[in-house]
Write a protein that binds this ligand. Structure first.
Ligand SMILES: [Fe+2]
Length: 254
């Protein structure tokens, strides 16, 4: 059955690309190079990466425009659903000799009126000290530095983990070919990915960065936004990263 939204969007994309082909005199060889690159990205499991780097942040901004919830951020290509649910005290799954500076991540989840949201599920994933993700890069335990935990009655949470570094996205595949040809670097600034969900509220996907960190101004994914910075304190126990979340009530249709 015809879908009017699909007709409107896809036909506009079709016309935009036809115009683009004429404008840049794209030959058949150029065209096949591009389609082969996309096919190869699928073969290498990079199709999300290839598109996310260029377009995910813009789509996220458009999708969250006007929301009164905390700033939304890109999910990125490395999210894996179903991470272990932690028991208190919350410590991210990690190897016995996990490298990296100790970090606590804490905050409070509230609604638009400042009321605590208890029992909210926070699903966190981030890179290890070498910039690598479990289930994406080899030889890392399955759920390393991936976990879910819930907020207390007062909406608060605290979890122990390690400080993630800036990292380079995979550069040996099709995405690397494109970025190399563009003369761009491969770095993302240090960040922690997470999702916050609670009954009756809109889900929030976020990604939090460290003020003053490298590559904040030239993130390869262009995904850094003002509202996505941790409050950071540092003492002899390590780094204390804080961020409070505001959720909006779910619309009846969601
Ligand atoms: Fe990441």
């Amino acid at each position: 059955m015809q879908d009017n939204r699909v007709v409107q969007v896809v036909e506009d994309l079709e016309q935009t690309l036809l115009q683009f082909i004429r404008k840049h005199r794209i030959s058949h060889a150029d065209y096949r190079l591009a389609t082969d690159l996309i096919v190869e990205s699928v073969k290498q499991g990079e199709e999300s990466l290839l598109f996310d780097i260029f377009f995910e942040a813009e789509a996220t901004d458009v999708g969250s425009a006007g929301s009164q919830a905390s700033q939304a951020a890109i999910e990125g290509p490395f999210y894996i659903p179903g991470a272990p649910l932690l028991e208190k005290p919350y410590v991210m799954p990690q190897r016995e000799d996990e490298a990296g500076e100790p970090m606590t991540f804490s905050g409070v989840v509230s609604d638009l009126h400042g009321n605590a949201v208890s029992g909210a599920v926070i699903d966190v994933w981030h890179a290890d000290a070498a910039g690598l993700y479990s289930q994406i890069h080899p030889n890392i335990p399955e759920w390393n530095l991936r976990a879910r935990f819930v907020t207390e009655a007062d909406g608060s949470f605290t979890v122990e983990t390690i400080l993630p570094p800036p990292y380079e996205i995979p550069k040996d595949g099709p995405t690397g070919i494109v970025l190399n040809a563009l003369g761009r670097h491969f770095f993302r600034p240090a960040h922690v990915h997470l999702k916050v969900s609670a009954d009756g509220f809109e889900d929030l996907t976020s990604q939090l960065y460290f003020p003053g960190g490298e590559f904040l101004d030239n993130d390869v994914a262009n995904a850094v936004r003002d509202g996505l910075m941790f409050d950071i304190e540092e003492d002899e126990d390590g780094v204390h990263a804080k961020y409070d979340f505001t959720l909006t009530t779910a619309s009846p249709s969601s």
